[in-house]
Design a protein around this ligand. Structure first.
Ligand SMILES: Nc1ncnc2c1ncn2[C@@H]1O[C@H](COP(=O)(O)OP(=O)(O)OP(=O)(O)O)[C@@H](O)[C@H]1O
Length: 212
């Protein structure tokens, strides 16, 4: 069964004379076990697709569903987990507490999964440090670990390698590929060619339309 389905989606922002139409009748599917990269120039609508896929916004027209349910109705981190462009970490918490928060909310023991993700994403050395006392690249990897801690049905990641050096790009790509292998549907908006190379498919957006 298809996990994520965006069908005939049109979306824009603002009203009246300030109205901007961003997406025009786009359809995107991501199957369980599939890593799909969303590529396209700045302003082409990648983050908007991420917001609709993650259920942060409702499409103006068309449907955005996960397993047939509107994504905007799903507020469950084990179903849809997100890495927003700004990471969305909680400043008062440590690295570890940010990562395990979704598991605690779901009453799942995160110990094993946390240990694996911290190791794979090079976060072990500062797990007990306040998250605001880490670098931007480290914070980005914390957000990736948090998204994957519950093995979500769908992971939506907006530019998750943007602050990484080559080695750490490889680590982020590695955990995303592992997540897909384990059955998650993974949608990654990215300019990073290294992600395109490992993706099962690359969906290219231009001016709010899917190419090809
Ligand atoms: N809240 C908003 N109000 C008005 N316009 C917006 C809003 N959010 C995004 N836009 C516009 O929608 C278009 C698509 O933006 P979006 O962030 O989805 O693009 P993107 O492909 O993710 O870009 P980038 O690669 O720079 O992150 C842009 O022209 C942007 O200015």
């Amino acid at each position: 069964m298809t996990a994520l389905e965006l069908v005939g989606v049109a979306h824009g922002y603002g009203a009246g004379g300030r109205r901007v139409e961003v997406l025009h009748d786009i359809s995107v599917r991501v199957e369980p076990g599939e890593l799909v990269a969303l590529a396209g120039p700045s302003g082409s609508g990648k983050s908007t697709v991420c917001h609709l896929a993650a259920g942060i916004e409702h499409p103006d027209h068309g449907t955005a569903t996960l397993d047939g349910r509107p994504t905007a109705e799903i507020a469950d981190w084990s179903m849809i987990a997100v890495v927003p462009q700004q990471h969305g970490l909680l400043a008062g918490l440590t690295v570890e507490d940010n990562i395990v928060l979704p598991a605690h909310r779901a009453r799942v023991d995160p110990a094993e999964r946390f240990a694996r993700l911290a190791e794979d994403l090079d976060l072990v050395a500062f797990a007990r440090r306040g998250v605001t006392d880490t670098s931007l690249g480290e914070q980005q990897r914390v957000a990736v670990a948090r998204a994957l801690v519950l093995d979500p049905r769908l992971a939506v990641l907006d530019e998750p390698t943007g602050h990484q050096d080559d080695d750490h790009v490889g680590q982020v790509i590695g955990v995303l590929a592992d997540a897909a292998r384990a059955g998650s549907a993974v949608l990654v908006a990215t300019h990073d060619q290294r992600v395109w190379e490992v993706a099962h498919r690359v969906v290219r957006l231009e001016d709010g339309r899917v190419l090809g």
